[in-house]
Ligand binder design. Structure first.
Ligand code: ATP
Ligand code: MN
Ligand code: MN
Ligand code: MN
Length: 290
């Protein structure tokens, strides 16, 4: 079942129960049924029906130790974020997966007016999470969700600074929990696929201008820039820099090295694939001029 199908099966009781468990995230690894009864004010038979349903949909994990308790799965947080975004009128529908990164799943979203959106579910520590969970006592700081929420907040904050200053980045729309919503760049392809671009110099300029706005106007360095985090629209030769959560502040001790590396990857790729010669030192020097 995909996210959309799962979301469609949820009842109001289900959402109420998920939210009650979420509210206890900081105090309980597993939330006991007695607490859920008090928090949701649902009659026990409805609560139990809901818990059964949510468990079957793999939105809950059950802990049957000295007492019965439940915690949310990653999928449940995805569902809660979608629910919030729908209630806010940001999202009308969630569609298919359109991108997978090491640290996220990106879905197509539809806004109430029909506009298409990119919905990025941050998944920090996806690989290490099981290991941590198994070998250490529960600590919220280790939690996959908390790290992913920080990642989403950082990305959304960066985009909100960058976009109004004219940087070529997707327009930020909203954020809930570990999920960031931006405009979908229509017709975009990833630069690493080496698409035919009528005016590759224009695409390169978009990238360099965006690096410059980030550095000079916002005071940040992307830090993970390469042909994998640049998308281009072949029909217009526009380029956009995506994937910002790991940005570093300009005055961080890492900033200079990362700025140079970001520029190096971009310049090298445009030279190799599109034959545009540019000097890395020259570009970096220009960026550092006031
Ligand atoms: P990484 O593995 O580099 O950390 P990530 O998991 O952080 O990647 P992103 O690079 O932000 O994820 O996005 C993954 C993919 O989703 C992109 O390569 C791109 O194909 C697609 N994508 C993301 N945002 C948009 C957008 N606004 N418009 C169109 N496509 C997008
Ligand atoms: Mn990356
Ligand atoms: Mn990426
Ligand atoms: Mn990333």
């Amino acid at each position: 079942m995909n996210l959309k199908e799962i979301y469609a099966q949820l009842t109001e009781d289900d959402i109420k129960v998920l939210k009650a468990i979420e509210r206890r995230l900081k105090t309980h690894e597993f939330v006991p049924v007695e607490i859920l009864e008090k928090e949701t004010k649902l009659p026990l038979h409805r609560l139990e029906r809901s818990l059964y349903h949510l468990n079957k949909l793999k939105l809950l994990r059950r802990m049957s130790g000295s007492s019965l308790g439940y915690r949310l799965t990653i999928l449940a947080y995805d569902v809660l974020a979608i629910h919030t975004l729908m209630k806010r009128g940001v999202l009308a529908e969630i569609g298919d997966k359109i991108g997978v990164g090491k640290e996220s799943d990106v879905y197509l979203g539809i806004a109430p007016g029909g506009k298409r959106l990119a919905v990025k579910f941050h998944r920090v520590g996806r690989k290490s999470f099981r290991h941590v969970a198994r070998n250490r006592p529960y600590k919220l700081e280790d939690s996959w969700l908390l790290q992913s929420k920080v990642s989403a907040s950082r990305e959304f904050a960066a985009l909100k600074e960058l976009y109004p200053r004219g940087a070529k980045v997707p327009k930020p729309v909203d954020k809930s929990r570990h999920v960031v919503v931006t405009e979908l760049i229509e017709g975009a392809v990833e630069l690493y696929t080496k698409p035919d671009i009528p005016d590759p110099l224009k695409a390169l300029e978009d990238v360099l201008v965006t690096i410059e706005i980030a550095y000079k106007d916002v005071g940040i360095v992307h830090g993970d820039l390469s042909e994998y985090n640049i998308i281009v629209v072949p029909s217009t030769s526009e380029a956009f820099i995506i994937d910002w959560p790991q940005y570093v502040e300009k005055d961080s001790p890492l900033a200079e090295r990362l700025l140079r590396r970001d520029v190096e990857y971009v310049v090298r790729f445009f030279k190799k694939v599109y034959g545009i010669p540019l000097d890395v030192d020259e570009v970096v020097r220009r960026l550092k001029e006031l």
